[in-house]
Write a protein that binds this ligand. Structure first.
Ligand code: TXA
Ligand code: MG
Length: 336
C-alpha cells in the first residue's frame, strides 16, 4: 500500500479515508495516534496488523464531544465527571463500562472501554468530520518508542497505512494517563502519563497506583503492560541518580568495550560529554517535562548513531517524572 503524506489542510481527504475504513496516523498533544473508525471491525483490525500489535492489548477511543461519550459508555460516574471537568480535553484516558456499537476488537474482549478527548485542534476536527470515535493506539510499530513527529511514524509504518497527517511535533511527548474508573470509589492509575497522580489527587482525593512492574508476570489489569515497550534496537541502561556514580558506570562500560550514547540533562551533559562520546540533552535538570517531551525522540535518534548502548539519566518519580521513569524503565527492560 502506498502511504499518503498529508498536510493539515487535507483533513477532508483524511476523513474520507477513515470513513472508507482505512487507517490514518494523526497528531495529538501526547504522541501520534494510528486512527480507524472505532465502530468498524474491519478497520480496527487493520490497526493491529499495521503495528504488529497483539490482539489482547486494547485500544483507546478518541472522542471530540461529551455527547459522544454518553453513546459509548454505560454510565458516567461523578468521579469521571470531575476528571472530565478538570482535564478534558487532555492527556487523561478513562476506563469505563462500555456500551453501543464499538467494534469488539477495540477492547480485546473486555467489557470496558478506554476513552479520551485529545487536546489537539486537528485531532478534534478530524474526529468531528468522521462523526464517530477514532480508535487509536500510538502510531509506532509495537514495542518501539512512541512517535512524537510524522517522520517517526513514517519510519515505522510507511507502506502499511493509508496516510499520515503531518502536524509537527507533539507537545507532551509521552502518552496519556490511563485511569480505571470501573469502580468509581477506587480510581486507579493503570499507566502514568500526561496528567500526574498529584493533579488527580488534588481533585479526587484518594487515587490508587497500579504498579505495573510488580505485576509484569501476572494477568495485568491494563493488558498492554505485559508486553515489551518503548525499546530502541540498542540496549538501554539507566544511570545511577548521582552524577559521580553515573560517571563511574560510564567509564566502566566504556572500559568493557561499549560505545555509549549518553542521554542526560544539559547540566550532566556538560560534565559527561567528550569528543568521542555522543551525547543528547534532555533539557534542564529541574524541568522534567522537557525530559518527558524528548525521551522517545532521543531514543530514536540515538538508535541511528554508531553506538552499542544508550545510557539515560533517571529523574525523580514525582509529577511528570513518574511517567518519564515508567517509560524509561520499560525501554530498559528486555522483558517480552
Ligand atoms: O496518549 C495516548 O494515550 C496515545 C494517543 C494516541 O492518544 N495513545 C496510546 O494508545 O498511548 P496505546 O494503545 O499505545 O495505549 C493504550 C493503553 C494500553 O496500555 C492499553 O492496555 C490500555 O491503554 N487500555 C486500553 N483499553 C483498556 C481497557 N479497556 N482496560 C484497561 N486498559 C486499557
Ligand atoms: Mg503505545
Amino acid at each position: 500500500m502506498q502511504t499518503d503524506f498529508l498536510e493539515v489542510s487535507q483533513l477532508d481527504l483524511a476523513s474520507k479515508y477513515l470513513k472508507e475504513g482505512e487507517v490514518v496516523a494523526f497528531p495529538t498533544e501526547t504522541v501520534y495516534g494510528l486512527g480507524a473508525d472505532a465502530t468498524n471491525e474491519t478497520a480496527v483490525k487493520k490497526i493491529f496488523k499495521a503495528k504488529g500489535r497483539p490482539g489482547d492489548n486494547p485500544l483507546i477511543i478518541h472522542i471530540s464531544s461529551l455527547e459522544q461519550l454518553e453513546n459509548y459508555v454505560e454510565a458516567v460516574p461523578d468521579t469521571a465527571r470531575t476528571v472530565i471537568n478538570h482535564f478534558w480535553p487532555g492527556p487523561c484516558t478513562l476506563i469505563l463500562n462500555k456500551k453501543g456499537p464499538i467494534a469488539s476488537s477495540v477492547s480485546g474482549g473486555l467489557e470496558t472501554v478506554a476513552v479520551r478527548m485529545p487536546d489537539h485542534p486537528l485531532a478534534l476536527k478530524l474526529i468531528d468530520r468522521v462523526g464517530v470515535p477514532l480508535a487509536a493506539p500510538s502510531a509506532n510499530t509495537s514495542g518501539k518508542p512512541s512517535p512524537t513527529n510524522a517522520s517517526h511514524v513514517k519510519s515505522d509504518l510507511n507502506g502499511k497505512i493509508r496516510a499520515i497527517i503531518d502536524g509537527g511535533e507533539t507537545g507532551i511527548g509521552l502518552e496519556s494517563t490511563v485511569l480505571d474508573l470501573t469502580d468509581p470509589a477506587k480510581p486507579t492509575i493503570l499507566r502514568p502519563g500526561g496528567v500526574t497522580v498529584e493533579e488527580l489527587r488534588a481533585v479526587l482525593g484518594e487515587v490508587f497506583e497500579n504498579n505495573p512492574s510488580e505485576k509484569l508476570e501476572s494477568a495485568p489489569k491494563s493488558p498492554g503492560m505485559k508486553y515489551k515497550h518503548y525499546s530502541p534496537e540498542k540496549p538501554v541502561w539507566i544511570l545511577p541518580a548521582r552524577l559521580d556514580e553515573a560517571k563511574k558506570v560510564i567509564d566502566k562500560l566504556e572500559k568493557d568495550g561499549e560505545t555509549l550514547g549518553v542521554l542526560t540533562s544539559s547540566n550532566w551533559l556538560e560534565r559527561l560529554k567528550t569528543d568521542q562520546r555522543k551525547g543528547l540533552s534532555l533539557g534542564e535538570i529541574n524541568q522534567p517535562q522537557q525530559a518527558a517531551a524528548r525521551l522517545f525522540k532521543s531514543l530514536r535518534e540515538m538508535d541511528e548513531e554508531n553506538i552499542t548502548a544508550i545510557v539515560v539519566q533517571p529523574y525523580n518519580k514525582k509529577g511528570i517524572g513518574t511517567a518519564y521513569m515508567n517509560r524509561l524503565e520499560k525501554a530498559a527492560s528486555r522483558i517480552l
